[in-house]
Design a binder for this molecule. Structure first.
Ligand code: C5P
Length: 215
């Protein structure tokens, strides 16, 4: 079974996707982390806007496990270097190039093949795996999403400002929604869950029930 979990930044998709991966014992693909890895490699290799596709010729390797996606570049595990807002910003900029999205989606499809997995990403159910067995779209108010992101970054040791994060979230939502090709929106057959006032366990229970129904 392939389960896609889409949603905007801070909607809780990573936390939920990892927990579902754990409970079902199937691998977890965090597509945002791979976007971030390509952005990071573009940054360190100094690739210009017109050259971003070259990043797919570089030695990037993705390893999947239960509740775990790790990215290696030239044998080095770079997964812990990808959490900053700077890397996220570049990722969201290169994500606006249709040719880049086509290429990275191909990469995801060949990485996963017929494997069972939980796939997390903004367009996992619309463009990466349009035939997924269950598509979940998580959402929450921008303020709640900024609060969660703030708490997360603070706990990871980053110096952060709530208002700045809220601004960045709103800006990124707008950029992601206004892409002429592949604008960010739920798949027509996605189940939309607004998590603003929900506890994590409630969200997990709801997703597990949906999986049982489809199973
Ligand atoms: O999910 P995360 O915030 O780590 O992703 C970083 C950026 O990569 C997003 O803001 C988005 O612009 C882009 N992205 C995307 N499609 C995905 C995953 C990430 O456009 N499936």
């Amino acid at each position: 079974m392939k389960i896609t979990i889409d949603g905007p930044a801070g909607s809780g998709k990573s936390t939920v996707a990892k927990e579902i991966s754990r409970r079902l014992g199937i691998p977890y693909l965090n597509t945002g982390l791979v976007y971030r890895a390509t952005a990071y490699v573009c940054m360190i290799e100094g690739l210009e806007e017109g050259e971003v596709l070259k990043v797919f010729d570089s030695p990037i390797r993705v390893e999947l496990g239960i509740a775990r996606t790790e990215v290696f570049y030239k044998q080095e595990n770079i997964s812990d270097k990808l959490g900053s807002e700077d890397v996220g910003k570049i990722a969201s900029q290169i994500a606006t190039f249709p040719a880049f999205r086509e290429r990275i989606n191909q990469f995801f499809r060949s990485l996963m093949g017929e494997k069972q997995a939980v796939i997390e990403g903004r367009d996992a159910g619309t463009h990466i795996f349009p035939n997924a067995d269950l598509k979940i779209f998580l959402t929450a108010s921008p303020e709640e999403r900024a609060r969660r992101r703030y708490e997360q970054l603070k706990s990871e040791g980053f110096q952060v400002d709530y208002q700045e994060i809220l601004r960045a979230i709103i800006e990124r939502d707008q950029r992601d929604a206004s892409r002429p090709l592949y604008p960010f929106k739920p798949a027509e057959d996605a189940v939309i869950i607004d998590t603003t006032d929900m506890k994590l366990e409630e969200v997990i229970e709801k997703v597990l029930n949906l999986i049982k129904e489809r199973g």
